[in-house]
Design a protein around this ligand. Structure first.
Ligand SMILES: O=C(O)CCC(=O)C(=O)O
Ligand SMILES: [Fe+2]
Length: 261
């Protein structure tokens, strides 16, 4: 039996097929650089997705990696203390699309034409497509006590996340919008250093269990603080492309997933 989309998404809190609502969401993303939709998931669906994610956790690829905020290789020509070469630690686990169960409600959300159209409208694309590789479209992230995602800019233009389980404390998403202009090749070393040195006011949106969040992570520097307490932070990333047939780069797949397919 397949599950109806209305048993998963709470259409009263988040009427994805309503063009007026989609338009309001688009306006909020444009003005704030971030959009949070609390209560996106039906509470029953949250419970099932948490149980499913817990059951899959043993398959997760856990790594502690060191990277710069731009997620790029260091530049030997620059000083080790230069912001481009400053190393940041991220430690978390992740399962990939091929490890998400066939019947999962995550696939129903990801594949639903009305959900895809809703997201496309918000981000201003005519259509959105899944990744061509078998790993990158739906990922479930796990952060156990002490694990965190360090400051970075995303490679992708926008990101969609769905919080399944908040930790007792910590696990806070923090961001600074419009910090660089990747399209113009502007890296803003001074601005990035100021964030790393704690000299900039950081935004900390409220993200509760079952909240859908969209943000423009290519130019907004962001991180997730370490999980505090024994409850694992569990978060789903739903990733789309504006063009069909695009795979995540092999280097990125090796870094995030530890394999290519
Ligand atoms: O875990 C989060 O809330 C953000 C995830 C994120 O920034 C990423 O996967 O690049
Ligand atoms: Fe990110």
């Amino acid at each position: 039996m397949t599950t109806a989309l209305s048993d998963i998404i709470d259409f009263s809190a988040c009427p994805v097929s309503n063009p007026l609502f989609a338009g309001q969401c688009a306006a909020r993303l444009a003005s704030d650089g971030i959009l949070t939709l609390p209560g996106f998931l039906q509470s029953g669906a949250v419970d099932m997705l948490v149980a499913e994610a817990e059951a899959q956790k043993h398959n997760a690829y856990f790594t502690a990696s060191s990277h710069n905020v731009y997620l790029s290789e260091p530049r030997p020509g620059l000083d080790a203390s230069h912001v481009f070469n400053r190393q940041i630690i991220s430690s978390k686990g992740c399962i990939t699309t091929d490890q998400v169960p066939e019947q999962s409600r995550l696939r129903i959300i990801y594949d639903a034409p009305e959900f895809r159209k809703f997201i496309a409208t918000i981000v201003g694309e005519p259509a959105l497509y899944e990744y061509a590789d078998p790993l990158s479209s739906i990922n479930v992230h796990y952060a156990d006590e002490g694990q965190e995602l360090g400051w970075h800019f995303d490679n992708s233009e926008f990101a969609i996340t769905l919080l399944l389980q908040a930790p007792q404390s910590g696990g806070q998403f923090e961001y600074v919008r419009d910090l660089r202009d990747a399209e113009a090749g502007e890296m803003n070393f001074a601005g990035v250093a100021a964030v790393l040195d704690g000299e900039v006011v950081i935004e900390r949106p409220t993200v509760t269990q079952g909240t859908l969040m969209l943000f423009r992570g290519r130019n907004a520097m962001h991180r997730v603080t370490p999980t505090i307490g024994r409850t694992t932070r569990i978060l789903v990333v739903l990733a789309y492309n504006a063009e069909p047939g695009i795979a995540l780069s092999e280097a990125a797949r090796m870094t995030f997933f530890g394999r290519l397919g």
